[in-house]
Design a protein around this ligand. Structure first.
Ligand code: PMP
Length: 423
């Protein structure tokens, strides 16, 4: 399909890597959930703009004006991509982590936060200054809604509350019932923020249609790895909050007072939370990726990706030692992210062997979702007991291609393959 071919990423296509067994092989990049390579279109758009680079909101010169227009037009493109309502703001950040920390800093006083223990750490941890209720891992999408409804029914109905949920898991790839969770949140007077870091590259995300209050995502997972992210949604809490960063660009007017202090008149637009010189290349790259995905058509992308998901799952099902990790069961709808363990193998050894012997790049570990992966690993009755193998820390690798001689038992971490429609 030519529209999907147009989405082939730049990297991992014709890159050859050496193998420990000698010779080299074309690299298979299967770690898009950690970070996805730039689409050719994004790369080309960034390169075409590069000679015209200039400061945003900070210059009278032609290139500054052009760069400012590009930056603000990118905001409109992202708003369109997300189906934003007229009153929504699109704030450019560094990443999903940054976006959710911004929202955490903008919570009204005495806000209660409800978050599943299964969340990525970026959505689990930023709420440490609020009163947080951690919800138990549900085992069906319906149970997720019930758990939330039960927790919300017990809350103070007059105080502000926020639910934070991931649209697609970066561990299992499974889709969460976002629309139903949003309806439950709103029925109990709470608001909801969608962590779309893993969802947006694979599925259309429409704020108005899902009826969520905010959406956060990262450029680097959306084939635009140039250092920008997005927080989009309701303006009221953002406008009422102290600026996330204090500095140039966030303030309309700053003046010394007669008493020697300083008066600041902060912007009430998205600029309030965007102090400092904007990353126009990162933002331009995100807008370019939004256009590329929209033009390819999510129907085409989903269809192609589901073929790949089926092939990988069918292949894994043929290996008796492999156990695919799943919270909601085999039939749950999912994106191109599949985590598994191989009985008798330490996941770090296995992932290292895939790279060294086959040139396949995957990730092993707990994927910044420790409680979730531990729940998934701990639930297999066929793998009782602790495995003697240590959890691999960052960069820790043992001899490749060698199954551990001892400590066969429950895995302490998992292997993840992840990809997109253009893979
Ligand atoms: N949420 C989810 C579901 C993710 O997959 C990720 C990235 N793996 C994040 C949040 C955090 O994104 P970032 O590292 O770009 O801030």
């Amino acid at each position: 399909d030519p529209s999907v071919c147009a989405l082939l990423p730049v990297l991992g296509r014709d890159v050859t890597v050496p193998l420990v067994t000698g010779g080299e092989v074309t690299y298979a990049a299967l770690d898009y959930a950690a970070s996805a390579p730039a689409l050719q279109r994004v790369w080309d758009d960034v390169a075409a703009y590069a000679p015209y680079y200039g400061s945003v909101h900070r210059g009278a010169g032609y290139l500054s004006q052009l760069s400012t227009d590009l930056f603000e037009n990118s905001r409109r493109t992202v708003a369109e991509f997300l189906g934003c309502r007229a009153e929504d703001q699109v704030v450019f950040t560094r990443s999903t982590t940054d976006s959710l920390n911004l929202l955490a800093a903008a919570l009204p006083a005495n806000c209660q936060v409800f978050v599943y223990e299964t969340e990525h750490h970026a959505s689990l941890l930023p709420w440490r200054n609020a009163q947080v209720t951690y919800l138990d891992a549900p085992r069906t999408p319906g149970q997720a809604v019930e758990t939330l409804e039960r927790a919300l029914a017990d809350r103070d109905p007059y105080g502000p509350a926020l639910v934070c949920v991931t649209g697609a898991s970066n561990v299992t790839g499974e889709l969460w019932p976002v629309r139903e969770l949003a309806a439950a949140a709103h029925a109990h007077g709470a608001r909801i923020v969608l962590d779309a870091a893993q969802l947006a590259p694979h599925h259309p995300v429409d704020i108005a249609e899902l009826d969520v209050d905010w959406v956060a995502f990262s450029g680097h997972k959306l084939y635009a790895p140039f250092g920008s992210g997005v927080l989009a949604g309701r303006a009221d809490w953002l406008r009422a909050a102290e600026p996330y960063l204090a500095g140039g660009g966030a303030s309309r007017k700053v003046a010394r007072r007669a008493d020697g202090g300083v008066d600041v008149d902060w912007h009430t637009t998205a600029a309030r939370h965007e102090a400092g010189s904007p990353n126009v290349i990162g933002v331009h790259a995100i807008a370019s990726a939004c256009k590329a995905l929209t033009e390819a058509g999510f129907d085409n992308l989903v269809a192609r990706e589901q073929e790949l998901v089926s092939r990988v799952r069918e292949g894994l099902a043929e290996v008796p030692e492999v156990r695919v990790l799943s919270l909601f069961g085999d039939d749950a709808p999912r994106v191109g992210v599949i985590s598994f363990v191989v009985r008798g193998w330490n996941s770090s050894h296995f992932a290292a062997a895939l790279s060294a012997e086959y040139g396949i790049g995957v990730r092993d570990g707990l994927f910044c979702a420790h409680p979730l992966v531990r729940t998934l690993l701990g639930s297999d009755p066929q793998e009782p007991g602790e495995c003697g193998a240590p959890e691999a820390g960052p960069g820790e690798r043992s001899e490749v291609g060698v199954p551990p001689a001892e400590g066969r038992g429950r895995s302490l971490n998992a292997i993840r393959v992840s990809f997109g429609a253009g893979t």
